[in-house]
Design a protein. Sequence first.
Length: 108
Amino acid sequence: MGSKSKEVNEQIEFGLDLIDPNEKVEINLKDLVHIYKTFEEFNRFFHQPSHCKNITDLATYLGNRDQGAYSVIHKMYYKLLDKYLDEDLKDKIGEGELNNPKHPYYYK
């Protein structure tokens, strides 16, 4: 795995060790199933390299804010998950101690 691929993991995992593993959040079952099915679909597409033979295949799958995978990501991030985070946690994730100050390679 190249260093650029590892940066994705670093961005996601940064600061997680600062969270108490015994702290809990209650989530609506419908929302949890929605999240699960979303990742199930992403896994179904991305686990098989033949699903993404070229950039056109990837662009078609990702779509945009109105349709395709990105529309699901956008809705989940801004509507579904947002309601479970209080302002303090949003600040910690956004610009605080849970936010990696090193931007990923594609963000430059």
